[in-house]
Design a protein around this ligand. Structure first.
Ligand code: 13P
Ligand code: SF4
Length: 343
């Protein structure tokens, strides 16, 4: 199938299905896909949208697997499809449920005053673990709120899988550095001891997004500022704390776009996140702002959604990949997701 044919199929199927179909797209999708999306957002907005869909019975999710899975959990009566089920998230894969359960058992033997919180970039099983254990989900758009919610309940948080988002959030809440410790799932007792666990307030899982870390560095910001004096720098909080410190602002993908919209004409902005989104913003704002990538970084998994795979999905939904989550897992995961959506 050529790209042209694929685009024609998508147009025809969208017209035929009308309001029965909604196509959701994450900001990291490329322009070819964004053109066909009915709604575009960050992870939090897409979760809220999926939870609130009334009319459409079919959701096609253009993003990575955990996002489609989240939509399926929040909209259990809908059929949710993903154009390529191999579009995963390496960060989500860094928190395996058996490792989390093992860590939880060891940690809670030492201190039970702890809440588990998972980044939405995680499996349904991981979210269900949080739901069952009084925990919650967060996104990069509400992590501070979620940490505050958890600290009202318990004096500690076990946060997985993104060490960078976790540490950036803890720092912005002024948690002392010596109360933030890291659990390495590949080491005995996570590489910690009873004393460090007892004095900690935040236990971070040792996981990271390979698109943002260690690719985006403080030295990239330094070079950018030398080359473009006066440039503003905004990064995604999946970069490490040193890179956040060297930037002017950090936020979710939608927060980054909101920041750009708030700038007066003539500004230069360097954005530290996935290239498709940065490139689109550069085109959209080209009349008023000079927008550039801090570095060209791409998410290979997001790239797996193409007009060809989207056309393949829409041509015959009977043979497309429907994302389903077993009822018992979905129930637990929904508890943790709904806690997040309520705060
Ligand atoms: P946002 O929630 O900010 O859109 O981020 C999702 C993501 O996967 C970033 O790498
Ligand atoms: Fe996962 Fe990173 Fe890709 Fe986001 S950019 S989907 S965290 S691999």
């Amino acid at each position: 199938m050529t790209k042209k044919e694929a685009r024609e199929i998508i147009r025809q199927r969208k017209a035929a299905l009308g309001k029965k179909l909604i196509i959701l797209g994450h900001h990291y999708q490329n322009d070819d896909i964004i053109e066909f999306c009915d709604y575009i957002g960050d992870s939090l907005e897409l979760a809220r949208k999926a939870a609130g869909i009334r009319e459409a019975g079919t959701i096609v999710f253009c993003g990575v697997y955990f996002m489609a899975e989240t939509a399926s959990i929040l909209a259990p009566e809908k059929h949710v499809f993903i154009p390529d089920p191999s579009a995963g998230c390496p960060l989500a894969d860094m928190a395996r449920i058996e490792d989390i359960e093992g860590a939880w058992e060891l940690i809670t033997c030492i201190d039970r005053d702890i809440t588990p919180a998972t980044y939405v970039n995680s499996s349904a099983l991981t979210k269900a673990f949080c739901g069952r254990n009084g925990g919650i989900v967060c996104t990069s758009g509400n992590a501070e709120k979620v940490f505050r919610w958890a600290f009202k309940k318990t004096k500690k948080i076990l946060f997985f899988p993104d060490r960078n988002l976790g540490r950036n959030t803890a720092i912005s809440l002024e948690i002392p550095e010596n109360s933030i410790v890291e659990w390495d799932p590949d080491r005995d007792m996570g590489g910690l001891n009873e004393e460090t666990i007892l004095r900690s307030k935040v236990i971070l899982w040792k996981g990271w997004c390979p698109v943002h870390w260690p690719q985006l560095k403080p030295s990239d910001i330094k070079n950018m500022r030398e080359k473009h004096p006066g440039v503003r720098v905004i990064v995604h909080p999946e970069v490490d704390p040193k890179t956040v410190k060297a930037s002017d602002e950090a936020g979710s993908t939608s927060r980054i776009l909101e920041y750009i919209r708030s700038l007066p004409p003539g500004e230069r902005v360097a954005i530290g996140t996935e290239f498709n989104m940065v490139n689109r913003a550069a085109t959209d704002f080209k009349e008023t702002l000079a927008i550039m990538p801090l570095k060209k970084v791409l998410c290979e998994d997001m790239e797996k959604i193409t007009v060809e795979t989207l056309a393949g999905t829409l041509s015959d939904l009977k043979y497309a990949h429907e994302v389903t989550v077993a009822d018992d897992i979905a129930q637990g995961a929904r508890i943790a997701l709904e806690r997040m959506l309520r705060i």
